[in-house]
Design a binder for this molecule. Structure first.
Ligand SMILES: [Mn+2]
Length: 347
């Protein structure tokens, strides 16, 4: 296992010098943010990130994410150009030692929450999701918390209309087409692709989602068996679906060598589909974090781990889910679980 920490580049309020001081931190998970989705990342931007990491004694082996252009997901004729750009990005990242790229294949919206600052009785705050509140929103006039408004109202309407003709089957075929298109670049660059599950794992606003469950992952690996085709095992995203047995999935996919990256965080079920994010400990929520880590270790997982969303605590007003303090506590906790699980295995 290699412990990592997400870092949003030079505009991140958390300096690399602080991240380095978290025990057992091997590197950061980052990306080039200023280039529009679908375009090629300039070599100098990649080199700058790498240089900053080097200066701070941190590795840059995981990128999250290289986003996938909507034309690829929609299967538009222009997708080939975007797939070629994506492959070029992979080759450029491989040149500086990147080994794993996290991405997702969710149409239009990636993660969705209804409140970014749910206050807990102890004064900390975290993100939460209330299905009923989400259902009340009109996707055509959306102002969702944390959603970066990367589209104008017109663009958004156009995209939603375009997806009206895209079924789950079609979206899945488009994912397979994309993966087959980039696998040669992955082989060349020695990069593992790690698809992030849908967050939360069900359809949104009538838009199809296809990476939500064990059956979805099985279907994807069957369609593209290349060993560079892997997954990001995100406990919070998969765990929001009560139909997912996380311990069993961790064991199964670790054993199959498909988990190149693990996002580990805790959620507390508040209703059938409702949840609030919480501290990372098993005792803080509904997921068996210890059981998941044990299942990963016992089944030979050797990939990258990062503490996923934490709370905002100690007066920190950080990026929702991405403050320093609670993620650092999460990393410390996860380090302990991994150490225990690894020692158990070898005694
Ligand atoms: Mn995640």
């Amino acid at each position: 296992m290699k412990m990592t920490f997400r870092w949003y580049g030079e505009s991140d309020s958390i300096p690399l010098s602080y991240i380095r001081q978290i025990p057992n931190m091997s590197g950061v998970v980052t990306a080039v943010y200023r280039v529009p989705v679908g375009e090629v990342w300039p070599r100098e931007d990649i080199a700058r990130l790498k240089e900053l990491c080097d200066q701070n004694g941190l590795e840059m082996e995981v990128i999250e994410s290289v986003p996938v252009h909507e034309d690829i997901k929609l299967g538009r004729p222009t997708r080939d150009r975007y797939i070629a750009n994506y492959a070029e990005n992979l080759r450029r990242l491989g040149e500086v030692g990147v080994k794993c790229v996290c991405y997702n294949f969710m149409p239009v919206f990636d993660w969705l929450r209804t409140n970014l600052k749910l206050e807990a009785p102890d004064g900390s705050n975290s993100l939460c999701y209330c299905h009923e509140e989400l259902m009340k929103l009109d996707p055509k006039h959306l102002s969702l918390p944390g959603w970066d408004e990367s589209y104008t109202q017109d663009e958004l309407q156009g995209l939603l209309a375009a997806y009206a003709n895209v079924s789950h089957e079609q979206l899945f075929d488009n994912l397979v087409y994309f993966l087959k298109g980039i696998m040669p670049a992955c082989q060349e660059a020695k990069i593992d692709m790690a698809i992030h599950p849908d967050d939360p794992p069900w359809d949104m606003f009538g838009l199809p989602r296809i990476i939500s469950s064990e059956a979805d992952y099985d279907r994807m690996f069957a369609a593209v068996p290349d060993p560079h085709n892997g997954m990001t095992f995100c406990t919070g995203s998969l765990g929001a679906g009560r139909f997912n047995d996380l311990t069993a999935m961790a064991a199964k996919y670790a054993k199959a060598g498909r988990i190149s990256f693990a996002h580990i965080r805790q959620i507390r079920y508040e209703g059938e589909k409702d949840f609030a994010e919480s501290g990372h400990l098993t005792s803080s929520g509904s997921l068996d974090i210890y059981g998941i880590v044990q299942a990963l270790v016992k089944n030979g997982f050797v990939g990258y781990v990062r503490p996923d969303h934490g709370r905002n605590i100690w007066g920190e007003d950080g990026k929702p889910g991405y403050g320093l303090y609670d993620r650092a506590l999460g990393a410390a906790y996860l380090n302990g679980l991994f150490e225990a699980a690894e020692k158990e295995l070898h005694t």
